[in-house]
Design a binder for this molecule. Sequence first.
Ligand code: IPM
Ligand code: MN
Length: 373
Amino acid sequence: MRLKIAILAGDGIGPEVTNEAVNILRAVAEFGGHDFTFVPLLLGGVAITATGSPLPTATLDACLESDAVLLGAVGDKKFDALSPDKRPEAGLLQIRHALGGYANLRPSIAYPALSANSPLRPEVTEGADILFVRELLGGLYFGSPREWNKSTGEAWNTMRYTRAEVARVARVAFELASNRRRKVTSVDKANVLEVSQLWRATVTEVARDFPSVTLEHQLVDSMAMHLMNIPRNFDVVLTENLFGDILSDEASIITGSLGMLPSATIGGAVNLYEPVHGSAPDIAGTGKANPLGAILTAAMLLRHSANLEEDAAAIEAAVRTVLADGHRTADIARGSASLNGAAQHLVSTTEMGKLVHQALAQSIDQRQSMHAV
Ligand code: IPM
Ligand code: MN
């Protein structure tokens, strides 16, 4: 299999964690005899510094010619004073828009080895395995009009959706739920917002095409509470852009760290893969960053852009093995010193990457020897 992957490492810890994810992809290519090429490109603060634009044309053009885009993180305190349309984050929103992916998949899983890391009790998180489907190209992020009128002291944004925009992302959620535990929870604020009433009516209509999937509706405020109270109750959670942004950060509490969460954005011309964590400028360059979010993002890339399900699952299993063996980057080392009998071992970003690589190599070796007999 040939795959051309655009690499937008970005700012802060982006380059460190992306490097580990690329090492894992190289290993998969080597083991499987695939031809993966990686094209490094500028996005975000590093692009502003080098070219004046958070999304240079050269980056966009090369991304559109790739089979997949792997992103690290964008954002740098240096640019805090700039208006939203000039900041590093504007580059991220522009590339999301240009690639056209509207369904952002954000899994949130309670790993048994990390159960002491969540402030929630283990009996609450146990067994939780949620897939958020966040609409990524509509709502307040992209709606117009939008303005801060400094002379009148007013500002406004527009939460706007069309029926077609809701239907296409709902379809993705139902399709994914069909291959999981067959439940979709659609989140809105239909008791107050017309746009949520359109959302609810459209999702209900789409649900008719998926009779084997159960649909429930939740208001976003009570959803924020249910998510922490009984996370096991949810399978696929479908929601609009801003609600999905907020709830997916909240859901990191189930896993224990934002550093563990991957994401994939599908449905457009080229799929975009990015860990959910930000650029964490305070720890950039210290070797403390957790590369597992980026590595799990690479697994999603193999699943959704290369159809290499076995390899994706092998990476996810390797991550579980490394965690079960007690290896922890600083962000996930907060739990008890000894877990399930295994002592915790504090590791750096690159050490964590190597450990996953080793675990992956072992499992692929086993798989290949099984195929050989
Ligand atoms: C995310 C981030 C982005 C978003 C920011 C950096 C623009 O918070 O991917 O969740 O709000 O979508
Ligand atoms: Mn966010």
